[in-house]
Design a protein around this ligand. Structure first.
Ligand SMILES: NC(=O)c1ccc[n+]([C@@H]2O[C@H](COP(=O)([O-])OP(=O)(O)OC[C@H]3O[C@@H](n4cnc5c(N)ncnc54)[C@H](OP(=O)(O)O)[C@@H]3O)[C@@H](O)[C@H]2O)c1
Length: 289
């Protein structure tokens, strides 16, 4: 079930969208979205905090400029980080909020900014230690039943945290977005990746290139060597490394540059076992078996 949830080689992360001046023109962004759809990339990963709402607002303006696109895109968005980047001296405290009132208002605000009728997946971005699981679970069930969100999921939660929430819900938690890359393998060794697979969540890997860091050093050299050997590209192989894992985690990439996105499509779905382990060895700096 999870591998088929997204049915794309990777999702397009929107965290850096607002940083690109060209994306501030709705027509140019609509062209960019259309070009991605033509490449078969139709999932876009947002959050209310990206650019302090600007990422979703720009995306929504592009959909308004070209309404036919709204039927062709799929949206993931997230919320629970409150007062992100408060002004020094404002007295505001950055915190997490997964209360029904906060999440309901975040869902409505994202729907309005993005100019869509439904959020395909809505994720609780970070765990709120004060969450009342019964109340939050009911709010997520209600949002699904109202058709505002297609499914509810989590990001960056411990298994005990998502199970407490799941225990209070009728609907199944769908997707689970975690930090995972050749450079960040903690979930593979602490059991949490196995637990999300066992619970039937579709795994999503954020920062699949470790923010670009993977392209350098020993891992970068190893990726470059195999890219030549396999007629691929280093970034495409880094994504194939993730998809080779059980339940085929879907990478959520960060670059919005068309040439880099095209490069990431030039790869096999998965890697041969020895290549996979050679990359892990390069990252860890020692034999891993
Ligand atoms: N759930 C969460 O808590 C969470 C946290 C962080 C991120 N995310 C999601 O994950 C997405 C990806 O995060 P990320 O930006 O850290 O991912 P990433 O794909 O690991 O890193 C992207 C960065 O790598 C740079 N880069 C350097 N060489 C590259 C190459 N050869 N090919 C492609 N990129 C290269 C890019 O630069 P250029 O921009 O110059 O191309 C960009 O700055 C975000 O957009 C967001 O949707 C989720």
């Amino acid at each position: 079930m999870p591998a088929a949830t997204f049915n794309v080689p990777f999702l397009l992360g929107m965290m850096r969208l607002h940083e690109s001046p060209a994306m501030h023109d709705p027509e140019l962004l609509a062209d960019w979205i259309e070009a991605r759809l033509e490449q078969g990339l139709h999932w876009f990963d947002h959050a209310d905090i990206y650019g302090n709402g600007q990422g979703e607002t720009l995306f929504g303006a592009a959909l308004r400029a070209r309404p036919a696109l709204a039927q062709r895109v799929n949206i993931v968005t997230k919320a629970s980080i409150a007062n992100d980047n408060p002004e020094p001296g404002s007295g505001k405290v950055k915190h997490y909020n997964a209360s029904p009132a906060y999440l309901n208002s975040a869902i409505d605000a994202s729907l309005a900014r993005l100019n869509v009728e439904r959020l395909d997946h809505f994720l609780i971005h970070r765990p709120d230690l004060l969450m009342d699981a019964e109340a939050t679970g009911r709010a997520l069930d209600d949002a699904i039943e109202a058709g505002k969100i297609g499914a509810a999921g989590i990001s960056n939660h411990l298994p005990s945290q998502w199970r407490r929430l799941q225990g209070a819900m009728h609907q199944r938690l769908s997707a689970n977005q975690i930090e995972l890359s050749i450079a960040h393998t903690t979930p593979l060794f602490d059991g949490s990746f196995d637990e999300l697979c066992a619970d039937g969540h579709a795994p999503m890997a954020w920062s699949p290139l470790a923010g670009g860091q993977l392209m350098q050093g020993a891992v970068g050299d190893c990726l470059a060597k195999w890219a030549t050997e396999l007629d691929s590209s280093p970034s495409a192989l880094a994504l194939a490394w993730l998809r080779s894992l059980p339940n085929s985690p879907v990478p959520v990439i960060g670059s919005v540059k068309p040439e880099r996105i095209s490069d990431m499509l030039k790869g096999p779905a998965t890697l041969p076992r020895e290549v996979w382990y050679e990359l892990l060895e390069a990252a860890r700096g020692h034999c891993v078996a």
